[in-house]
Design a binder for this molecule. Structure first.
Ligand SMILES: C[S@@+](CC[C@H](N)C(=O)[O-])C[C@H]1O[C@@H](n2cnc3c(N)ncnc32)[C@H](O)[C@@H]1O
Length: 389
């Protein structure tokens, strides 16, 4: 008897399902004008170009996750996709090059001990009594931090790093990271100029305590009992291999960095220095960083195509058949020329034999800020929903 290659009834049902999904995706207004991107758990630490949580939430509500699989964000940033997937009871995997992104994602997907605020107070007490000169090799430090502020931050870092429990230590490090720009001379998160600010050493401790109270409010042990742990990988996605990802993946929801748009390394530069990371190493491997597009022998859109090709190759290997890959991607302006990055992802999807379920434009909210002014002119981005067949 000839071998039956496919079950035509099953294929028909799958076609009906996918058509229903396409209709649903097109009926949704993806602008989410009254978004809550800076509320609740998503407000615990600033992050540039983060997802409004409604985007991953709505995708997770609309697309079926194949049984026994996890949700992956290969550019997880502040972990919006991971938190939304976790709140639906799905296991998650996140990858990001930036250690601050990984710290935020790790803390957000864990549960802090119920005495977290008391532990923070203990650190403050010890730090206030610590008069040691702490030598921090941070470039240009006196330009960005007053001397007494430098001392307060360094004694806090040194007390926090003595905390044995990793989850608590990460929570304390994140709380400190969240106040670094506020206690520095930097005008604001998106304005990179040194100005005179009325901040004192006492403010460092009081702001830190408030940040810890806020973390405890959203991540305290009393709120969550059975959070599924997330796998967070702090590595360039271009170096991640399928064996690094410990779970079969049924859905990818991501928003990649793209040429000359945001500078994640720059945004977190002094947070990284204070927490013992080297921002220059992050800058070198950061996809899309402006620095790579405005130097001698600069990168071009072809470099970005190559980088996304490597990402797509990895995704097609780790995603199970019938799983979904969702990208939200905007336009780029490089040396005055406009590029629609969604067309690049579309072409790569076809190259890697993915089916294109939907391509939907959405309007970007006006309040999104960036260091790069040319980016402010870009008003639309595209949601691409792809499926591995
Ligand atoms: C658009 S942001 C993602 C924001 C995220 N969706 C959120 O809600 O916070 C893009 C991310 O890509 C990361 N990134 C840049 N180059 C990378 C690389 N080579 N490997 C992994 N991540 C990278 C950046 O650090 C940044 O966090």
């Amino acid at each position: 008897m000839p071998e039956k290659k496919y079950d035509s009834g099953k294929v028909q049902i799958m076609n009906i399902e996918i058509n229903e999904i396409k209709d649903k995706l097109h009926e949704i207004n993806w602008d989410f004008t009254s978004s809550s991107a800076t509320k609740g758990i998503h407000s615990i630490h600033p992050y540039p170009a983060k997802f409004i949580p409604e985007i991953p939430r709505t995708l997770l509500d609309t697309l079926p996750l194949p049984k026994g699989t996890a949700v992956l964000d290969p550019f997880c940033g502040s972990g919006t996709t991971l938190v939304e997937a976790q709140s639906k009871g799905y296991p998650t995997v996140g990858v990001d090059l930036n250690p601050i992104a990984c710290l935020i994602s790790t803390v957000k997907t864990n549960t802090l001990p119920s005495n977290f605020v008391d532990l923070a107070k203990e650190c403050i007490n010890k730090a206030e009594k610590n008069s040691n000169e702490i030598n921090k090799e941070i470039p240009n430090i006196n330009h960005w931090f007053k001397e007494d502020i430098q001392h307060a931050i360094s004694v806090l870092v040194s007390e926090i790093d003595k905390v044995e429990n990793e989850i608590t230590r990460n929570g304390l490090r994140l709380a400190l990271s969240s106040i670094i720009v506020r206690v520095s001379n930097q005008e604001s998160d998106t304005r990179y100029a040194a100005i005179e600010k009325n901040v004192t050493k006492e403010n460092v401790f009081s702001y830190f305590l408030v940040a810890c109270q806020k973390l405890s409010q959203y991540l305290g042990r009393n709120l969550f009992k059975d959070k599924l742990s997330a796998q967070i990988i702090n590595k360039s996605i271009l170096e991640v291999t399928p064996s690094d990802i410990k779970r079969p993946i049924g859905m990818v929801i991501t928003s990649p960095p793209y040429p000359n748009a945001y500078e994640y390394w720059l945004y977190h530069k002094y947070r990284m220095w204070w927490l013992g990371y080297n921002p220059n190493e992050v800058k070198t491997s950061e996809i899309g960083a402006r620095a790579h597009y405005f130097k001698k022998n600069h990168q071009t859109i072809d470099d970005f195509i190559l980088q996304m090709d490597i990402v797509m190759e990895l995704l097609t290997k780790v995603v199970v058949s019938s799983g979904y890959i969702c990208f939200v991607v905007g336009r780029s302006i490089i040396h005055g020329k406009h590029y629609d990055n969604s067309k690049i992802i579309e072409e790569l999807a076809l190259k890697h034999n993915l089916s294109i379920v939907a391509m939907i434009d959405r309007n970007i909210a006006k309040h999104r800020k960036s260091f790069n002014l040319s980016h402010a002119k870009i008003k639309k981005e595209t949601l691409l929903v792809l499926q591995k067949i």
